[in-house]
Every structure is written in structure tokens, then in C-alpha cells.
Unconditional design. Structure first.
Length: 559
């Protein structure tokens, strides 16, 4: 009987050579661009080469200025600073430079290639993490017709955080680490323990490492619930996974102590994140408003993510469901977590929707639109699972091409021309300016000038932050604060209320007035008020990302 039956299995498995998707020879595989390469190159070109702002978009936040100067200080002194370097308002106060390794990287890139080096590496990291998210989705078996739109929505909702700042390393490391954890959940691998030494690097790059710890804890809790719901050998295997991740959590936690500040860094970050003042006044810690295009894109991904929680629970995929719920809650409490939600959940969401679509397509006629699109998406997913030489070749071409790279911060955001014209005057003055512009002054004039407040909200704290806000909001006592701090120059956007008040004050005169900024100087006969000497000793910074001073403080520090 066996000899008379047709060989159905052989006919099913055999694929004609002309239908093979992957090139067969080594050189063909290396030189034929894959869809994954195309996705990376498309993002890189779209975001940084062809976009209306291009590379300047990465410099919309001036935090990178003091990061570069901190890195230069570390390289020059062969030590990590423990006291403030940049302010006169808290000169010499204890300071946690907890992103010191990122600072060294940025300073080294700046020293080697100027702002071009900083921007090129930032663009590579951002395009790489986005590509990893897509590759993770396809590795899970997602259909291309699902994974690509979701990934593009996730990238679109995250572009507000596409800035040259240390948090880019957390995006890259978190995307890679969560994929490695999922790989280990399906088939335990020794590579999972690489996360422990990686922690030593990560904790010194950026504080976002703690979000990975939180995600790993949620996965461990979900695995424990799955173990309780299981039976027999499945139950034992799941409990083994729980024990494995508890050990991993403990190992990563211990490794995070390998930083210049030890356990004090953890205490500092815990105090910072638990501060009501921070949550109420710093934009990144506030709830999303869903008014911008990026936040509306995030809203779409969020809604779809919440919709797939129910089928995940029915399948007893508790860990995946809990991870979506945890990150959804985090992103609704703080808009800075929207990027993390998309990064971690898009592969999960794409996988589950693809499973539902696959089940639906099997019950539909083969020539129906949904079944045809599903088949096309499945075929397109295959070329996404490899990479070729095209990405490094493209990056090399961009690096060597005679492109126009920014050498200064964008004029539409910062008063670069005014600062250039009055550089000597500003360096010899104690300047009141926005926290964002103070970051720029640090970049331009440190160590010759100190600032009032800058983007380090964790350093300046509530008391000084409120003083800064009350001063710019013209709260009672603002004139006394202006005199007590000894400001003899004010540099602010022209539409701020304090600008209009100073224009009518006999104690101040307008030195420069442009569409971007107004520079005031204190008149010589009003340099001392209430016995307070206003002789210049530097300046201080805090970062305000909105243009209205009567709004909540808009400092941005991604964790």
C-alpha cells in the first residue's frame, strides 16, 4: 500500500528553485538588499536626510551641550564628577552625573568629527532600534501587512524623542534585551546571562535601565501566573522559567551597583521619580494630551494593544498581557513612556493580530481580498529575516559624502546669531535665560560662564525650580529674586511677559531685539538692590521646552 500512495509530503515540502526568496550563494546573499535593509535605509533617509529639518531635528534639545562638556571634563580629569560644574546657583553642590559613559561617548565623537560625529551615530542608533523592533515582530511570525504599519506608527509616535541625548542607548538596548528575553522564554539559552554584564554598561549610559528591570519583573510575575495555571511537565517548566528570571533580576540588580555612586544612585533616582513636583511640572512626566500628530499615532497603537489583551488572556499568555497593561498604564501616567510602550509592545501586538488574521484567512476563499493580502504579507515577511552589506555601505557613503552637517544648534529654536554677536558680553554677565537656552550657553561658553538653571531637573530640585518659575511668571517677589541673584543680563523669547515688563523698567535697557530673542542689560546705576551686589560671577540653567513661562515647567529628561 505504501508504494501505491502518492508522495504528498514530498510534493508539499519541495519548493521550485525559481520561487526561492533568499539568494543561494554567499555573495548573492551579501549583495542583494533585503527588506530589512530597505527599512533601515528608508528610515535613515526619511528622518535625517530628506526630512524638512534633517539632522537639525536631533538638536532641538540642547541637553547634548552639557553632556558633551561633561564628557570633555571626564576625559581631561580621568574622573567622574561628583559636584556641580555648570551653575552659580548651586555651585559645587553634590551632583550625580549618572549618564557619564554616554557623556564620554558624545564628547569623543564631538572631538573626532564635531557635531557630525554626534549626529551620525545618533541617527544610526535610532534607525537600528526601530529596525530591531520590526525584525523582532517578524521573528515572532507577524504578517508584513500588520507589522510594517504598526512599526511605522510606533516610529512616528516616538519621533519627539529622536534627539541627540543619552536615552537613545536605552532604546537600542531595551529593544535588543526584550527580544533576547523572548528568545529565552521559547527556548532557554545561555545568552540570557549576557544581560548581567550588559547591565554594568547600561547603568552608566542611561537610567532607563530601570525600565528593563521593571519589564523583566512583570514577565517573571506573568510566568508565575502561567505556571500556576499549568499542569504536569508544563507547570514545572514554567516554574523553572520563573526561578531563572528571579536569578537574572538579582544578577542585574547587583550589577547595577557598579557605577561611580553605588547604591546612592538608586536612592537619588527613586527620590527623583517619586517627586510630586517633578510629576506636576515636568512635561515628560505628565500624561499625554493626544493633541499632536505623534501622540495621535501613539493613541492608535495603544488602543490596538489594549484590544489584543483579551485574546492573549484567553490563550493564557499572561506575561505578554501583563507587559502590555503595565506599559500602557505607564505611558498614560507619563508621556515619556509612550516610546517604550511602542518599542516593547509592537512585536507582541503584530504577532497576535497576525495569528487572528491567519485563523480567519483559513476559513475564507483563497481568492478573497483578505486571504490574498495575508498570503502577500506572509511572503513579504521572509526577506525581512536577514541583513546584508547594504546598511554599512549606505552609512559609509553618508559619512564620506560632502553633505551639509550642522555645526551649531538650529536657529529656529536657539538665539545662535544673537549669542554670536554678543559672545563677549554674555560670557562676562550673569544671565537669566530659559533652561533650554542655558544648556546652549553651557555648550558655547563653559567653563568661562556658569548658569542659573539648565536641563538637570534632578539636580536643581523643587525649591530652585519654583524660584525659576515664579521669576518667569512674574509672581510676587520676582524683582527681589532678580536682584538677589545678581542678574545683569536677561536673554528671553520676545513674547514672554517678563520681556514686556523689563522693556518698561528704568533699570534695564534693550541691547538687542530680534524675532527669536531679546537681550537686556541692567543699567549701571541699578547694579545693586537691597544691598545685594550684582557683579557677574557666571550663569545657571533649567530646561523649558514650551514657549510660555506661565505654563508648567517643561524639562525633558528621558528615563
Amino acid at each position: 500500500m505504501a508504494t501505491t500512495q502518492p508522495s504528498i509530503v514530498a510534493e508539499t515540502v519541495r519548493v521550485p528553485p525559481h520561487r526561492t526568496f533568499a539568494p543561494t550563494s554567499f555573495w548573492a546573499r551579501a549583495l542583494t538588499p533585503s527588506f530589512s535593509d530597505c527599512f533601515f535605509i528608508f528610515l535613515f533617509v526619511w528622518l535625517f536626510l530628506a526630512g524638512p529639518q534633517g539632522w537639525n531635528a536631533l538638536l532641538a534639545d540642547a541637553d547634548i551641550g552639557w553632556h558633551i562638556r561633561t564628557g570633555q571634563w571626564i576625559l581631561a580629569n580621568h574622573a567622574v564628577p561628583t559636584h556641580d560644574l555648570f551653575s552659580f546657583s548651586k555651585a559645587g553642590a553634590p551632583w550625580f552625573a549618572w549618564e557619564w559613559l554616554s557623556d564620554v561617548i558624545f564628547a569623543s565623537l564631538f572631538g573626532a568629527a564635531g557635531m557630525k560625529g554626534v549626529l551620525l551615530v545618533t541617527g544610526i542608533v535610532l534607525a537600528s532600534y526601530s529596525t530591531i523592533v520590526v525584525r523582532h515582530a517578524f521573528w515572532r511570525g507577524a504578517n508584513a501587512m500588520v507589522a510594517l504599519p504598526l512599526a511605522l506608527l510606533g516610529v512616528g509616535s516616538s519621533t519627539v524623542h529622536f534627539l541627540a541625548r543619552p536615552h537613545i542607548f536605552t532604546l537600542l538596548l531595551l529593544a535588543s534585551s526584550l527580544w533576547l528575553v523572548e528568545l529565552d522564554r521559547r527556548r532557554p539559552t545561555r545568552w540570557i546571562w549576557v544581560l548581567i554584564p550588559l547591565t554594568v554598561v547600561w547603568i552608566n549610559l542611561h537610567g532607563g535601565f530601570f525600565m528593563f528591570m521593571a519589564c523583566l519583573a512583570v514577565i517573571a510575575i506573568g510566568a508565575a501566573v502561567e505556571a500556576m495555571l499549568g499542569s504536569g511537565s508544563v507547570r514545572e517548566a514554567r516554574w523553572a522559567t520563573v526561578r531563572r528570571y528571579i536569578i537574572l533580576l538579582a544578577g542585574c540588580g547587583a550589577a547595577s551597583l557598579v557605577n561611580p555612586y553605588g547604591i546612592n544612585l538608586h536612592k537619588h533616582i527613586a527620590e527623583y521619580l517619586s517627586s510630586d513636583w517633578i510629576r506636576n511640572n515636568i512635561q515628560e512626566f505628565m500624561a499625554p494630551t493626544f493633541r499632536t500628530e505623534g501622540q495621535r499615532q501613539f493613541e492608535i497603537v495603544l488602543i490596538i494593544g489594549l484590544l489584543v489583551v483579551a485574546p492573549l488572556l484567553r490563550k493564557r499568555r499572561i506575561a505578554d498581557a501583563l507587559l502590555i497593561l503595565f506599559l500602557a498604564h505607564s505611558s498614560l501616567m507619563s508621556v515619556r513612556h509612550a516610546t517604550i510602550f511602542c518599542l516593547a509592545c509592537v512585536p507582541l501586538i503584530a504577532e497576535e493580530i497576525s495569528c487572528q488574521w491567519s485563523a480567519l484567512s483559513t476559513r475564507m476563499p483563497r481568492k478573497s481580498i483578505l486571504a490574498t493580502l495575508h498570503s502577500m504579507g506572509s511572503d513579504l515577511a521572509k526577506p525581512f529575516r536577514r541583513s546584508t552589506a547594504w546598511i554599512p555601505v549606505t552609512l559609509l557613503i553618508v559619512a564620506l559624502a560632502p553633505l551639509s552637517w550642522p555645526t551649531d544648534f538650529p536657529k529656529v529654536v536657539f538665539p545662535t546669531d544673537l549669542v554670536n554677536q554678543h559672545a563677549g558680553l554674555l560670557q562676562s554677565s550673569r544671565v537669566l535665560t530659559t533652561d533650554q537656552w542655558a544648556d546652549y550657553l553651557i555648550f558655547r561658553f563653559y567653563p568661562r560662564q556658569k548658569v542659573y538653571v539648565d536641563g538637570r531637573s534632578d539636580f536643581y530640585g523643587e525649591q530652585l525650580g519654583n524660584e525659576y518659575l515664579h521669576l518667569l511668571q512674574l509672581a510676587p517677589g520676582w524683582e527681589q529674586t532678580l536682584a538677589r541673584r545678581g542678574f545683569d543680563a536677561v536673554l528671553l523669547p520676545p513674547h514672554w511677559p517678563l520681556v514686556q515688563m523689563l522693556k518698561s523698567s528704568p533699570q534695564w535697557r534693550v541691547e538687542a531685539d530680534t524675532t527669536t530673542a531679546v537681550l537686556f542689560l541692567r543699567r549701571a546705576d541699578s547694579s545693586s538692590v537691597a544691598g545685594v551686589n550684582a557683579s557677574p560671577t557666571g550663569s545657571f540653567v533649567l530646561k523649558n521646552t514650551r514657549t510660555e513661562p506661565n505654563e508648567n515647567l517643561q524639562q525633558r529628561r528621558s528615563l
